[in-house]
Design a binder for this molecule. Structure first.
Ligand code: DSN
Length: 424
């Protein structure tokens, strides 16, 4: 069948640029041959990838649908309008901006909308589970704004709500931010909303990690509580690598102006079309089942790793990820990452709360279930994966030729043959 549009032509690429064509092929082989447990990754659908690999990449469309600074925008206007309407419906939001190129770009726009250089933001510290763009000194967010950080309680390893309240009342921040990249538990949005009202702050949720679970109605939504919610579209959500923002109607104009023209120029229309496809996928019953299974799988993985002495911080998870303390088994995060990788299991080292190790070594690992759940694996497979991780990181040495790495890779192969990524 001939495609009715000018789509990806792999033969032409292979002929013109065999080196890059080779990378595309070997990356797919890498994905297919291993277990992808990076909590922030997923496997977007062929429909999403088709939209990404389209001629929409060519169009300049600075502005918004119906209000562009270029001619010829009639068709991309349709794509962006669909993306906006589907995003609003999916999250029951007053307003959506689907132009941010990434999560960091979306966050930059939120700062631009609500803060002036030197203003104070109250956010979670990166080593406690926060994010680079939440005020770390190496990021624009920490260089241009005054970031006051909260952490977690030592005992429960959950957000220290008493500390959040104390710091909010002491510093009177312009913005209070909830969310991060290594928070296994649900966040009490109502607490943050009430506190923001009490101190006169904007309440912002960076929902990048868990927004896919919200889309699938598997966990409570921050949208009714927050002034503004930023997120990425490629994690549990399973869309293109990009960002988006939803907000209350009263902030709509401010957010739109902060995304364009304050922080970005031309929107990436191929990516916006792919977001529209993704939002449509997320509104299906199949996606809701997927989101619930992501949590069931993450819980099983956390429990089974815990039974091997690989302690889940906070005692488990309510979401798609768990964070594990390796100190009890005498392995560092860096060693675990390398040993797992050598055995075909891709995960990342991660600081745990109050980590005594440096960030590039770390005492923990973060594991996530979005990708393996997309492949169709369930809780039985999570038990097997936990066994494989335990064997790889306690008996391997990081050398792919080590007999233990080979033995674990055989177990991985058995799983991925039954549950292939991008089945042929
Ligand atoms: N790098 C992403 C993550 O892995 O959580 C967040 O930006």
């Amino acid at each position: 069948m001939t495609t009715p549009f000018y789509g990806p032509d792999f033969d032409a690429l292979e002929q013109f640029d065999p080196e890059i064509a080779g990378v595309l092929v070997s990356e797919l082989a890498r994905i297919r041959s291993g277990l992808q447990l990076i909590a922030s990754e997923n496997m977007s659908s062929p429909a999403v990838i088709a939209a990404l690999g389209s001629t929409l990449t060519n169009k300049y469309a600075e502005g918004y649908p119906g209000r562009r600074y270029y001619g010829g925008c009639s068709e991309v206007d349709k794509a962006e309008t669909l993306a906006i309407e589907r995003c609003k419906a999916l999250f029951d939001a007053d307003h959506a901006n689907v132009q941010p190129h990434s999560g960091a770009s979306a966050n930059q726009a939120v700062y631009g909308a609500f803060m002036q250089p030197g203003d104070t933001i109250l956010s979670m510290a990166l080593p406690m589970g926060g994010h680079l763009t939440h005020g770390t000194k190496v990021s624009f967010s920490g260089k241009w704004f005054n970031a006051v950080s909260y952490g977690v309680e030592r005992e429960s390893e959950n957000i220290d709500y008493a500390e959040v309240e104390r710091l909010a009342k002491e510093h009177r921040p312009k913005v209070i931010l909830a969310g991060g990249s290594a928070i296994p538990r649900l966040i009490d949005f109502e607490f943050f909303r009430n506190l923001a009202d009490e101190v006169g702050a904007i309440f912002w949720v960076d929902a990048a990690h868990f927004i896919g679970l919200v889309a699938g109605k598997a966990i409570p939504s921050p949208v009714p509580y927050a002034d503004v919610v930023s997120f990425t579209t490629h994690k549990v959500l399973r869309g293109p690598r990009a960002g988006a923002i939803v907000c209350k109607e009263e902030h709509a104009k401010t957010i739109d102006k902060a995304v364009f023209p304050m922080m970005q120029g031309g929107p990436q229309m191929h990516s916006i079309a792919a977001k529209a496809v993704n939002f449509k996928e997320c509104a299906t019953p199949e996606y809701a089942d997927y989101a619930k299974q992501v949590i069931a799988n993450a819980r099983q993985l956390a429990t089974s790793l815990g039974e091997h002495g690989i302690r889940p911080t906070t005692g488990g998870t309510d979401t798609h990820l768990s964070l594990h303390d390796l100190q009890g088994i005498g392995v560092t995060g860096a060693e675990a990452e390398q040993r797992a990788d050598a055995a075909g299991i891709v995960l990342n080292k991660n600081a745990i709360p109050f980590d005594p190790a440096k960030p590039n070594i770390a005492s923990g690992i973060r594991v996530g279930s979005p990708s393996v759940t997309t492949q169709g694996m369930g809780t039985d497979e999570m038990k097997v994966i936990a066994d494989l991780i335990h064997t790889a990181i306690t008996q391997g040495d990081g050398d792919p030729e080590h007999p233990v790495a080979k033995q674990v890779r055989a177990g991985v192969s058995e799983l991925v043959e039954r549950f292939p990524a991008y089945p042929r």
